[in-house]
Design a binder for this molecule. Structure first.
Ligand SMILES: O=P(O)(O)OC[C@H]1O[C@H](OP(=O)(O)OP(=O)(O)O)[C@H](O)[C@@H]1O
Ligand SMILES: Nc1nc2[nH]cnc2c(=O)[nH]1
Length: 181
């Protein structure tokens, strides 16, 4: 069923069960890759909160988690300016870091955060993103764990908002009349 948020209409795109299957598969892969280590997950608020919660509940083995907060999107467009409002509050030196994102779009947010991170000398850094829009990338960000590659269309749900609304939706929705390209 299509839904309305503010002034826009959205249609169903990725169902909850498909999202959960991919998140579980990524959790299994990360658990294998970091067996015997104690990775530090750094979750990018706000959008990654569902992905973080569902993923980490399925990680086998010891880990730690911390949160940072950046914003670049206004309405349905990237502003091009990345603003940090909650910084690193944990020592990352020599740690095995896995950065958790809900979506990589232009890659601008991660570019800024990876620069901040590298100044603190982590041992290793990998990126897990539930969604990536390869056609929208402006910076050469490479994700190590990806849930879905999607076209360059605005989506909401599962943590992703349109001006504050829609984060609670269990499925992911795409804006009506999207290009699908
Ligand atoms: O690759 P980019 O073009 O930088 O876009 C990706 C970023 O955009 C979204 O955050 P947003 O700025 O909407 O903030 P939010 O997570 O608080 O919703 C998303 O959570 C990513 O962090
Ligand atoms: N809600 C939402 N936020 C984003 N941030 C970057 N891309 C998107 C998107 O497609 N939808």
């Amino acid at each position: 069923m299509n839904i309305s948020l503010h002034d826009k209409r959205f249609e169903p795109y990725i169902k909850e069960v498909a999202i959960q299957n991919r998140v579980n598969a990524i959790a299994e892969q990360i658990s294998d890759d970091y067996k015997g280590k104690r990775p530090l997950f750094i979750s990018m608020l706000n959008g990654a909160f569902w992905f973080t919660a569902d993923l980490l509940r399925n990680i086998v083995g010891e880990f730690e988690v911390s949160f940072v907060k950046f914003k670049s999107y206004h309405g349905t467009q990237s502003s091009g300016e990345v603003v940090q409002s909650l910084g690193l509050d944990i020592d990352v030196k020599d740690r095995d870091i896995v950065v958790l994102e809900d979506i990589i779009d232009t890659g601008g947010t991660l570019k800024v955060f990876l620069e901040v991170l590298s100044q603190h000398n982590p041992g290793s850094v990998k990126i897990a993103s539930l969604l990536i829009k390869p056609g929208a990338l402006k910076y050469p960000i490479k994700a190590d764990y990806v849930g879905f590659e999607i076209p360059n269309d605005f989506i909401v749900g599962y943590g992703l908002d349109y001006d504050g609304l829609g984060r609670n939706l269990r499925d992911i929705y795409v804006i009506e009349n999207s290009s699908g390209s």
